[in-house]
Design a protein around this ligand. Structure first.
Ligand SMILES: [Zn+2]
Length: 233
């Protein structure tokens, strides 16, 4: 854990956050050693909330705290934070806002919702991640968002879990080569964990889920199936 001392830009409260990782952009210091320079140079991949007013990612980094950072390639790495298209960002909130604007402008492109959800999760903002994946999962044939939504519902033992799991199972056929076997294994594990009674058929052949003992074998069958039918019982 790295201890990062910051001052809230909204309410001026001082706080020390324990953070797991930092990206340090020495070029952004431009020879300066003041609060503005360190605030530009230090990127924390997880959103920080002010303990006094709750403001997210609205902080200035204390120069002494910045100077104390030691690049070890693990917790502190050197580099400039940027989105996958190269757009530089200074806080996770900024990245989220840009990705959300892109997804809203192209609502029928699942890649936008996927990217938004995955980024939000890495920023520690699980609710926003789920909201994005739910939007993506509404699109026909979108597996990854549907899988993430099902993972959440199964973990919470939500009443919607069986139906969401079945939707994801039927979409396994849209899994991209190279990802499908992992996604299939994940789905088989979800079926095991949910213990929901499902009617499942792979290429027309019924699978008695209650009698399955070889769950990795079920994953391999899901990875090969050309057609999957699944419905809650
Ligand atoms: Zn504050």
């Amino acid at each position: 854990m790295i201890e990062l001392a910051v001052t809230c830009s909204r309410c001026d409260a001082r706080a020390v956050h324990g953070v797991g990782a930092v990206l340090l952009d020495r070029d952004a210091l431009e020879g300066a050693d003041d609060e503005a320079a360190w605030t530009r140079a230090v990127y924390v991949p997880v959103s920080l909330a002010c303990p006094s007013c709750g403001a997210l990612d609205a902080h200035r980094v204390e120069p002494a705290s910045g100077r104390a950072l030691v690049v070890d390639g693990e917790h502190v790495r050197e580099g400039r934070a940027a989105l996958s298209d190269g757009t530089p960002i200074y806080t996770p909130s900024e990245g989220l806002a840009r990705l959300a604007a892109h997804a809203d402008a192209h609502p029928d492109d699942p890649q936008g919702w996927r990217a938004l959800g995955n980024f939000a999760l890495r920023a520690g903002r699980a609710d926003e991640a789920l909201a994005a994946w739910r939007r993506g999962a509404e699109l026909d044939g979108e597996l990854e968002c549907a899988l993430n939504v099902a993972v959440d519902a199964v973990a919470r033992e939500d009443a919607s879990a069986p139906a969401l799991l079945c939707r994801a199972l039927e979409r396994v056929v849209f899994g991209q080569p190279g990802r499908r076997s992992l996604q299939s294994a994940h789905l088989a594990e979800l079926v095991r964990r949910s213990r929901a009674p499902l009617a499942l058929a792979l290429d027309g052949e019924p699978v008695d889920v209650a009698r399955v003992r070889d769950w990795s074998g079920l994953g391999e069958r899901l990875a090969r199936a050309r057609q999957v039918r699944a419905s809650p019982r």
